[in-house]
Write a protein that binds this ligand. Structure first.
Ligand code: GDP
Ligand code: ZN
Length: 371
């Protein structure tokens, strides 16, 4: 690497960002912007055209108008690494660095595009309560989303203290493990602290998010990882230009044991959004079996030579898992079809408008001819 005065300035200016996940690869990606004198920083919160960016010199507020606002997937989001103009009032985010991973979800009915929820997440922690009945279909749904984002999922079985019997606990762990190929499964109890050190170590080398149903214990885990109440941490007082006090909420926090936690309100209960390849990863063993079916378009119902049905008959694959796989695929197709339908409706509307304009122009012309 060249050691221009610029890059030296940039590396010393950004060394304070290591707790927020800054590494050599980010520094490399940022080099051209450093050469322009721009500051690196990570977005800790976004709201209406502005964002809070943590930089080596502290948190700054910046305007995002420069970054393409038309495509909802290309707006700045929590977790993005950005290049900020150091001068100017207001300050501007010039651009964001290419994302390593991204959590995207479908927006409410009006829009057909996805919405970006968090960027550059390494660990997707799926919290599942051991105190409630185990709903493996739901777990698989969260895993599909996690894989689709590009983050590595990890399942945390919470409230272990409420299942004191070791045999019962190990059965539950086993059930979850068979539904989650290539996913580590941990058990923790926030109450007595069991397993928290393992989780803290696991998330200490990157950026994590907490997913899972309401009541699964996400807030409790967040507090345990942060070592204090999130609410206290979030109530950071800021002094704005007019000397008035405003309370801001950070959605991205550095953990005392290393690593970063992103906890945005919209992310926790994410819906499924085109998790096509994610679904494939959750049900890797089914897709593997399907490759051995006699017919390449086998529906795994009653076709001869079906390797999937054979595995179910042999007791190697729970039927529930095949059903869950089918359900998630259907759900995906439904979301896709809805998006396509909306797109088609918009095109039709556009056509009608253009058609009406065309007819009006035609009539005007005819009128002219008649006159
Ligand atoms: P969230 O909705 O996923 O954020 O869940 P919360 O963190 O709010 O937890 C839901 C409930 O479970 C609360 O009443 C917590 O006190 C309780 N809880 C969370 N973790 C544990 C645990 O490890 N053991 C026990 N016994 N209760 C827990
Ligand atoms: Zn088959």
């Amino acid at each position: 690497m060249s050691s221009t005065p610029h890059s030296r300035t940039a590396s010393s200016a950004s060394s304070g960002l290591a707790p927020y996940g800054w590494d050599e690869a980010w520094a490399d990606a940022f080099a051209p912007y450093a050469a322009e004198g721009l500051l690196p920083g990570r977005v800790v919160r976004v709201d209406r055209g502005q964002c809070d960016v943590v930089t080596a010199g502290g948190t700054v507020r910046a305007d995002t108008a420069f970054v393409t606002p038309h495509d909802p997937l290309r707006v700045v989001c929590t977790g993005d690494w950005v290049a900020v103009d150091p001068g100017g009032n207001p300050r501007y985010v010039r651009t964001y660095l290419p994302r390593r991973t991204a959590f995207v979800r479908s927006t409410s009915s009006k829009r057909s595009e996805g919405q970006i929820l968090a960027a550059n997440v390494d660990h997707a922690v799926v919290a599942v309560s051991l105190a409630a009945e185990l709903e493996l279909n739901r777990v698989e749904r969260f895993l599909a989303l996690a894989w689709e984002s590009g983050a590595q999922p990890v399942i945390v079985l919470t409230k272990a203290d409420l299942v004191p019997d070791a045999v019962t606990r190990s059965h539950l762990v086993h059930d979850v493990e068979t539904s989650a190929p290539a996913v580590p499964v941990l058990t923790v109890s926030a109450l007595d602290g069991d397993g928290l050190d393992v989780l803290a170590a696991l998330v200490s080398d990157g950026t994590a998010v907490l997913l899972g149903q309401s009541g699964a214990g996400k807030s409790t885990l967040a507090n345990a990882l942060l070592g204090e109440d999130v609410m206290d941490v979030q109530a950071i007082r800021d002094v704005d230009g007019k000397g008035r006090h405003t309370t801001t909420t950070r959605n991205l926090l550095a953990l005392p044991g290393g690593g970063v936690l992103i906890d945005t309100p919209g992310l926790r209960g994410v819906g499924l959004w085109d998790a096509g390849s994610g679904v494939g990863q959750v049900f890797a063993e089914i897709e593997e079996l399907a490759r051995r079916c006699r017919f390449h378009d086998c529906a795994h119902d009653a076709e001869p030579g079906c390797a999937v049905q054979a595995a179910i008959d042999a007791g190697d694959l729970p039927h529930r898992r095949l059903e869950s796989y089918r359900k998630l695929l259907r759900e995906n197709q439904h979301i896709k079809a809805k998006t396509d339908a909306r797109l088609r409706a918009e095109i039709r509307k556009d056509w009608k408008r253009k058609g009406a304009m065309g007819r009006a122009a035609m009539q005007a012309k005819r009128g002219q001819w008649r006159a």
